[in-house]
Write a protein that binds this ligand. Structure first.
Ligand code: DC
Length: 221
């Protein structure tokens, strides 16, 4: 049976994950957050003190990554351990970006991503889904927002927490991660030629969700 594959790419903090989750729930599809897979490998690298790309490349095969879905919601397992709750720290975030530039890491995750897409109706979000993982996706969306808007959303999310970084620091980290994700040699972040650009800088969460649902429904008609 042919499955429906929707690709959503874009920079960090553009709301890809939460929008994809809401869209998938509405359609009864599975939401696959590929960033969580790179984050789990980042956690593996931190735990095993693999700081150099060569070390990461050498050991990545030992980082067995699998996903399970509970009511359509993804949990990520690292060597059988559910690490979903440990992969959102700033340290893992920066390490995930670093490991994602290592070709062996990308090759390690690509087959798993393709297999899940072949077997399920999915909304898959990441950086290279429309360009590399699912070049024949039914619909490709490039979801973005200005770095300033993404930084201020992130600041609002974090400001009640102890040790909340200030707005300028958040903006700097976002700009660094954008630069690194867009300038790596392999599968850099870029908009696929046939992707629909959705700039959410001036849009609310529900507006974006409805807009994307509309695009999908029209495409599948
Ligand atoms: O979407 P995220 O912030 O959870 O992603 C974490 C890191 O993983 C990000 O810096 C880039 C990388 N990534 C990638 O290279 N390719 C993907 N398909 C998804 C994420």
């Amino acid at each position: 049976m042919k499955t429906v594959n929707i690709a959503i790419d874009g920079p960090g903090g553009a709301g890809k994950s939460s929008i994809s989750k809401a869209v998938a729930a509405e359609l009864g599809y599975i939401h696959v957050d590929t960033g969580a897979m790179y984050r789990a490998i980042g956690l593996y690298a931190l735990r095993n003190h693999c700081s150099e790309p060569e070390q990461i490349a050498e050991h990545v095969k030992e980082a067995d990554i699998s996903l399970k879905f509970i009511g359509g919601v993804q949990r990520v397992l690292l060597c059988g351990e559910d690490v979903t709750d440990y992969i959102r720290s700033p340290e893992v975030t920066m390490t995930a970006s670093k490991v994602s530039a290592v070709p062996e890491v990308r090759a390690h995750l690509l087959d798993l991503q393709k297999k899940i897409a072949a077997e399920n109706n999915i909304i898959m979000d990441g950086r290279d889904i429309g360009t590399v993982v699912l070049p024949h996706a039914d619909l490709k969306i490039f979801l973005t927002a200005s770095p300033e808007e993404r930084a201020s959303r992130r600041y609002l999310e974090l400001r009640e927490k102890p040790d909340c970084p200030d707005y300028d620091q958040i903006l700097k980290e976002i700009q660094k991660r954008d630069y690194d994700d867009m300038h790596r040699d392999i599968a850099p972040l870029c908009q696929a030629e046939d992707a629909v650009l959705v700039d959410t800088s001036e849009m609310g969460f529900h507006e974006v969700t409805e807009f994307i649902l509309d695009l999908i429904r029209k495409k599948l008609e």
